[in-house]
Design a protein around this ligand. Sequence first.
Ligand SMILES: C[S@@+](CC[C@H](N)C(=O)[O-])C[C@H]1O[C@@H](n2cnc3c(N)ncnc32)[C@H](O)[C@@H]1O
Length: 243
Amino acid sequence: MGRIICCGLGPGNPDLMSVRADREVRAAKHVAYFRKKGRLGQARRIVEGMLAADVCEYPMEYPVTTEIAFDSPDYIRLLAGFYDEWAERLARIARAVDVVVLCEGDPYFYGSFMHLHARLQKRIEIEVIAGIPGMAGCWNSVGQPIALGDDVTTILMGTLAEDELERRMRNSDALVVMKTGRNLQKVRRALASAGRLNDAWLVERGTMPGERLARLIDVDGSDCPYFAIVLVHGRGRRMEAAE
Ligand SMILES: C[S@@+](CC[C@H](N)C(=O)[O-])C[C@H]1O[C@@H](n2cnc3c(N)ncnc32)[C@H](O)[C@@H]1O
């Protein structure tokens, strides 16, 4: 009986992968990873040059990504069928050999692997190797502390409704907004209403080739990539009081 080993690969720069993930990726004979149709895939890109010459690759291509609304019945049905099918395929392969599943960032942190994990955990031995989450790579790129003292940090998804984004932005010190891409204009309006726009940073492709850092107020945001995060740094409540 083989295992499924899901390797968190960190935020994008291969140097930020753990020693354990590096070892598993290089030793792998069977490697699976998610990707959009027609793309190499971000997780696969991170391990470029590290895979064995005779490795078997299993690109798991999403049937849809942004073509239809992520909360529509069609999207939910198509994605559920896709995860069911790949769970079965990986289970069959892992009956005989170990399969390494690649995952950018940390797999347990909004990773697509969780859909496979939920379907396979009672059937197959699964090991998950921690990775540095994308947001940690992004705030390191900005080079300022994200939270300190008694700061409350809130992690939001750009897919949330604008009024909910605004409410949560008002009630937090430090902010991380993920899934920014197509939602950037909404995120920007919510930050402005919450009085936080002037403090916000946009990090595109953090730690990857083509990384871009900008103050959100200076960006028009019409062309924001999927790998983008908005950050608002906390100021350190207790520390401000002590100064
Ligand atoms: C489905 S979540 C996956 C998160 C991942 N498991 C992690 O630990 O970071 C994808 C979102 O993470 C964010 N993200 C992850 N890595 C990033 C990076 N290097 N630069 C910018 N955004 C990133 C983006 O907001 C993207 O839309």
